[in-house]
Structure formats: C-alpha cells, structure tokens
Design a protein around this ligand. Structure first.
Ligand code: PEP
Ligand code: MG
Length: 568
C-alpha cells in the first residue's frame, strides 16, 4: 500500500495526507486517533529459575491466572451477542487450551517462573499456528493477547487494552484482538483502521457487526500520529489526516442520510429501470435463516454454508440430524428459493469427521467436493438428508457443490442431485470452472460464483493473509474478467448466475456484477439493504458501463474509481 499526497483534493476532503489500505466496511467517519495501550514490555530474565520447593505454588499461581483470564473472556462472551460472542467464547477456550498451558506447566515444573513460561509456551504454539497458515495463523493475534493478559495477571499490573475515549474516536492499531473489539461501543469508537488484518480478520468481522467503517492492511498506518484528526473512508480504503472540517462534515451528513435510506429499503432488488435481481441471504443454520427471513426484504437463501454447523463435530452427524437442520432453513424461507451448498470441508474449514491426508497446501488440496475421493458416502448421506428435508414442503432445494474444477465433476454431481428430485448447481470459485463456464452450465441448472475463493485462486494469494489483502480484493480486474465470462455463459443458456462471496456485499461492486451478467446477489443479511438501495439508483446500462470501465482498469483502485465515475 502506498502513501499518497492529497493536498487540496476534493475527493479527500482537503486532507493534508492520506494513507491507503483495503476497504472492508463501508461508511465515513472522522475523529481523533486513539491507539490501544502499548503491549507490555516484558522485562523478564529468561535464565531465572524458581527454587524446587516453590514450584508447586507457582503452578497454582499460573493456573489461577489462566482461569481468571479465561473467565473474563467468557463473561464478556455472555455479555455479547452474535459473532462477538462466538469470537470471545472461542478465545476463552484458547486461553485454557492444553496445547499451550501444558507446555507452560512443564516449563514451570522445570523451574521457569510462570511469566517466562507463559511467554515461551505461547511463542512455541504461535510459531506452529503461523506455519499452519490460514485461519490458524489469524489466531496468533489472539494468542499474543492471551499471553499479555496472563502475564499482566501474574505480574499484578492492569490488563492491557483499548482506552475508553471521551469523544467519538478512530481506533488505529496493528490488529485488534477479540477481547478488545468485542467490547467496543460504536458511539465512542466510530471507525477502525489497522496495519494488518484481512477481509476476514476479527477486526473486519466486528466492524461489520458494529456497522462502523473499517480499513485494514494499511502499511503506513504508524505514520498517522495518535491524537491527530483523521477521517476513515471505508468504501475507498482511505485514512486522511486533518480534513477540512466543513468538507468532511457535509460528506458525513450525506453518508448518514444514505444509511437512513438504506435502512428504509424494502426490496425487491431491481435496477432503476426495473431489471430484477434476486437479493438473497448467506446463512449458517436455522437461527440465522429465520433472522434473515424476519427482515422481510430478502427473496430467499443464496448460500447455506452447511459445514459451519458441524465444525466441532468429531463424527459425521446422522442423516436424521442433518435432515432436521436443513428443514429449519427451508422452513424459514417457506416456498422461496433456498440454495444449499454441500459440505465445503477442508482448508480453512476443517471437519474432524472428514479424514484427509496431511497437506502442505490445504487450500489447493482435498477440499470441498473433492472429499468424495476418500469419503464418498458423506456427500451421499448429505444429499439424502437434503431430499428428506424438502419432503412434505413446497420447496425444491437448489443444491450446489463447492470447489468444482472440471466439467466431469459438475456432471457427476448434477446426476446425484437430479436423482433425488432437486435442482443441481455448482459454485464457480476455481478459475478453471470460470473459464469453462459454458460447458459446466450445460451440465447444471445454475451456478453461483464464490468470489472469495475465485479471487484467492486467480491471484494465487491466500485469502487469510494480511500481507496479501490488496491482491485478494475482488475488484481485481482479472477476477472481473472471469466473472464476465461466467455471466455471458449464463445469459447464452438462460441460466441463473449468482454471486455469494463477499463481493456481493459491496454496493458498488454489486452493480458491477449485475453489469457482468449476474442474476442474483447473496450476502450477509445486514449487508443487503445498502446493496438493494444502490442498485435501485442505477440503470442496467449504467451497471454494464461500470463493469466495462472497471474491467478495463489496471488496478483495484482504478477499477473502483472507474465504476464510481459511472455509478455515482
Ligand atoms: C466463496 O469462496 O466466495 C464462498 C462463498 O465460499 P466460502 O467463503 O465459504 O469459501
Ligand atoms: Mg469458497
């Protein structure tokens, strides 16, 4: 990411300087910069040893510190809701995890003081997580946070964390640990900007939930002084210093009015000239599906990620149990379109009951539909459960397979789905599937583009890597070109082409996707109203022109600017 001088630029509200990163949550906010209290500077002698007869007491002190820290996380989890609560509960589990506490206990037994043992044990496990990559590597921030809290507890100093500002402020940090972000009050912390973090980091998840603008992966963020006044533009990925007060106030007012208008959007999705686009929900279980349906603005489910319900299960759930779960989602959107994805096990979503070999590169390994290589029966059981779930309802499930790379895979899957009276489709998230979209669409009734993985594989950049966030940006013109190919294939065969990756949650990009021939957009329910509102403000022709302009650009930033110039 580069630093751009922006003296007097109207777009940058007269900021004296801007730094740029990856935009994650839209919105515009302005305030003084605050930063978390600096991490503890550990002044601990690694060579110190504890007398053998005091080691038992030190073990107890260590156990008590771990229990205190873990219970604080659990208490905050109970006081939170939704993904904040999940993140905090998971961190409480990690704080007590034997993988590191066992290692620390052993070091204490050998004479290490508990604080030194904590630091060494966490270091060991953090190195292992970093090597594993993906979601495991993202947990290193959580591990370091746990380390600092346990050490603070052992040393009897206050817990490290984020200051509670007196005035609405912009929180800038390297990355944010769940314990900090989950307790944030969005009326006091009005925007987030981080030096690290990717589109799916905790910072991003929490910012989305709080509804505050967020930009991540800002390489130059340290050059922004604490206490200085900045604005955060979560749509363009900009943090600007010392904007002209009147200019930024007018812009923020415009954003506030737009947010109010979005909240009032009632659907259905269509362009201003009446081109209908299905706006659908991404869900994980019956509860999230019912919540989505209660909004009353969505026309169904565009992606039910079935694997999310079974992440902690040691054994394959029975067909009956699966049937009941799928039925809950079908019932939530009674009679409407429900697209259910077969298990996308592997890589960042490992399932314990799907055995696969140790892989050097799991994102490229036995993941998604490929699990049939070693566990063919798991997919058959799931398809049987899906068919059973629809029995006695008016619904005909749309069932799609993840990680399809060849025409033969699509054909084989479609036959199994049709045999069971359901509508077959596949995800287009591997570039080979996009390139061969015309042939694949001849085998199935619909496709849904997973832009998260399609971007990862097109750009050869791990979607979880904070360093590569600029590459794993679905505005990459190469990704748009592949989507255009799929859209054209769908139009030629009159078949539905959806998008269910994060790209569908970006209002401007959603319009571009429509211009590329996409017929439905599925996203986290909270993100759908701004998408529907934006779509209703532009014509199909504008979407097409924006799509051509974005594809012709030679960078993500240029693609965004080009689309904005057409779409307003
Ligand atoms: C995607 O890859 O865009 C997608 C929707 O699937 P997931 O994020 O679950 O891999
Ligand atoms: Mg995917």
């Amino acid at each position: 990411m580069t630093e751009v001088t922006a003296m007097g630029s109207a777009d940058n509200f007269g900021a004296t300087r801007v730094v740029t990163g990856t935009p994650v949550v839209h919105g515009l906010a302005c305030g003084p910069v605050i930063r978390p209290a600096p991490r503890l500077a550990f002044d601990i002698d690694p060579a110190a040893t504890v007398d053998p007869d005091a080691r038992g007491a030190e073990q107890e002190r260590f156990a008590a510190a771990v229990a205190t820290v873990a219970s604080r996380f659990s208490a905050r989890a109970s006081a939170s809701t939704g993904s904040s609560a999940e993140v905090l509960a998971a961190t409480s589990g990690l704080a007590k995890d034997r993988a590191w506490t066992g290692a620390a206990r052993k070091l204490i037994a050998d004479g290490a003081p508990p604080a030194a043992a904590t630091i060494a044990a966490i270091e060991q496990i953090a190195t292992m997580f970093t090597k594993l990559g993906g979601r495991m590597a993202e947990r290193v921030t959580d591990l370091n946070d746990i380390r600092d809290r346990v050490v603070a507890e052992l040393l009897g100093v206050p817990e490290p964390g984020i200051p509670m500002p007196d005035e609405p402020s912009v929180l800038c940090a390297d990355d944010l640990a769940p314990a900090d972000t989950a307790g944030l009050d969005p009326t006091r912390v009005i925007a987030l900007a981080t030096r690290l973090g990717g589109p799916s980091s905790h910072t991003a998840i929490i910012a989305r939930q709080l509804g505050i603008p967020c930009v991540v992966a800002i390489a130059d963020l340290d050059s922004v002084p604490t206490g200085s006044t900045v604005y955060v533009d979560g749509e363009r990925g900009i943090v600007g210093l010392d904007p002209v007060a009147e200019q930024i106030a007018v812009a923020i007012d415009g954003h506030r009015r737009a947010a109010e208008a979005a909240a009032a959007w009632r659907g259905p999705g269509q362009t201003s000239d009446g081109h209908h686009i299905l706006i659908l929900a991404n869900v994980a279980d019956g509860t999230s599906a019912r919540k989505a349906a209660d909004l009353g603005i969505l026309e169904g489910v565009g992606l039910f990620r079935t694997e999310l319900a079974f992440l902690d299960r040691p054994d394959e759930p029975s067909v009956e149990e699966q049937t009941a779960l799928y039925r809950e989602v079908i019932d939530a959107f009674d009679g409407q379109k429900v697209v259910i994805r077969t298990l996308d096990a592997g890589s960042d979503k490992p399932l314990k009951f799907v055995t696969h070999p140790d892989e050097a590169n799991p994102a490229m390994g036995v993941r998604g539909n490929r699990i049939i290589m070693s566990n063919p029966e798991i997919r058959l059981h799931q398809l049987d459960a899906l068919a059973a779930a629809a029995q006695g309802t008016t619904a005909v499930p749309w069932v799609m397979a993840p990680m399809i790379a060849t025409v033969a895979e699509a054909r084989e899957f479609a036959a199994l789905v049709r045999e069971r009276g359901m509508i077959p489709g596949v995800m287009v998230e591997v570039p080979s599937a996009a390139v061969q979209a015309d042939k694949i669409l001849r085998e199935v009734d619909f496709v849904s583009i997973g832009t998260n993985d399609l971007t990862q594989y097109t750009m050869a950049a791990d979607r979880m890597s904070p360093e590569l966030a600029a590459l794993t940006d679905p505005w990459q013109p190469a990704v748009l070109a592949l989507i255009e190919r799929v859209g054209a294939a769908g139009a030629a065969q009159d078949k539905q082409v959806g998008v269910c990756g994060e790209a569908a949650a970006d209002p401007m990009l959603a319009c571009v996707l429509v211009g590329l021939g996409v017929t439905s957009l599925s996203a986290a329910p909270a993100a759908t109203a701004p998408v529907g509102l934006k779509l209703g403000m532009v014509t199909l022709e504008q979407c097409r022109a924006a799509a051509q302009a974005a594809m012709a650009a030679d960078s993500t930033q240029a693609a965004r600017e080009a689309a904005r110039a057409v779409l307003g």
